[in-house]
Ligand binder design. Sequence first.
Ligand code: UDP
Length: 483
Amino acid sequence: RHSARSPRKQQRHHTMPQGPFASAAGVGRAEPEWAALNKVTGVCGVDSQHAGGVTTDAPIDLGPEVMSGDLSGLADKEFDLLIVGAGLSGAVLAERCSKELGMSSLILDCRDHIGGNCYDYIDEHGIRASKYGAHLFHTKFERVWDYVQQFSEWLPFDHRVKGRVPDKDGVKQLVPIPPTQDTVNTLFGANVHSEAEMQAWYDKERVAPPSGEATNGEEAALSRVGKSLYEPIFKHYTKKQWDKYPEELDASVLMRLPCRTSTDDRYFGDEYQALPLRGYTRIFENMLLDNPAISIRLNVDFFKAREAGLLPKFGMLVYTGQIDSYYAQLGMPKLEYRSLRFEEEWVPEPDDGFFQEAMVVNYPSPDVPFTRIVEYKHVPNQSEAVKAGKVKGTLLAREYSSAEGDPYYPVPNPANHALYEKYRALAEKEEGVCFVGRLASYKYFNMDQAILNALEIYDNMKETGKLAPKRRPEDFGPGDGPK
Ligand code: UDP
């Protein structure tokens, strides 16, 4: 499986306070039967910054020039690529085009850091936290897995989510999400103890979509899990997350969640599931820093800089922002995006060191305003201070969904797709501009899909000299498909 470039796996030992989120297979691992399905078996990959002597756990200081928001020092330079956005799509294109094709890039971002929504940092208490919500890397694409191992060391991690879900008597129970045998036994006393029994339980519960195929999120969920699970786990969570009921959303949104007949309580079914040992920001640092062909300027609003004539000369534009912002001056209706708001809480003295039973606990009921609570301390890629047991407290992030704020999610439904198609038609006619990524393609890409999409755009650059996608975003499949 491993290509010549692929770093060799090395077994190393990292200690971590034993939390309630451990299994017989270790911290952050599922029970051995399911953990064995993860092809990531030990620490692997290369962190060049670390290998080169960088010892900090926190994001690397990028220096005053990068942070300045000032493009004047670049006025007489010329770049092959001007890349708007320092997230996954922009970083992959800058890295590939410089390493393989000798092209130069200038990356601009209006934020004060690289990494886009993957950005994580060390908070004042010494805990590694994600500024824009927890990110869990998983992929079935070997190409993506081989690629990301060049920019980080990785730890195997089987992401498992619990939900506080009302049972048949309305009493909230802690159960695995996606639903497993445990979930239906705890909520409904289903007394299911084999895959065949669980299959029979689903067969009784499932509601076939009227037209044969699910045409919206509600039909998708009902056809997969039936009404008893749909109501307490999916219906209101979805309303809270999207401010739309599942019937107002594409089937693909609800298809993101697997549905299990086994006791497999992992959130994802992909072959490779791992955490970057020193956080996600480090991946970007290894991709972008110390490369003379890549320049970065943060705190720069691309549109304002362009308007003011401050941009240096460039060959092609790679735009990873919202596609409707690019065409704002046309006065067309805006695309709908969903944002998140995080309410952080520091718990100084949690019992046994932890606040909750898992890294992510979902709250799918309508009586709780947030969708989930993330407790960062549970992950085995925590800071050195946490791993050494020096951090007594624990940091929580309660996640609220909102219409206002930075765009996180495109809202997939027929009306939004139709509007996006109008923007896409404009984008296709745009010479010398490549629209790429979750916001520019208006596609609910997972991290690995965003990386693969950018890698394929680079392939086209290499093969044809044009930055163009190899397939349309929807050809990456609906969400993850059944996991
Ligand atoms: N979902 C749900 N209940 C849950 C978890 C997820 O109804 O407890 C639905 C909801 O519509 C959500 C979608 O499944 O938006 C995708 O969930 P996922 O965890 O993949 O979303 P993300 O992590 O991308 O926010």
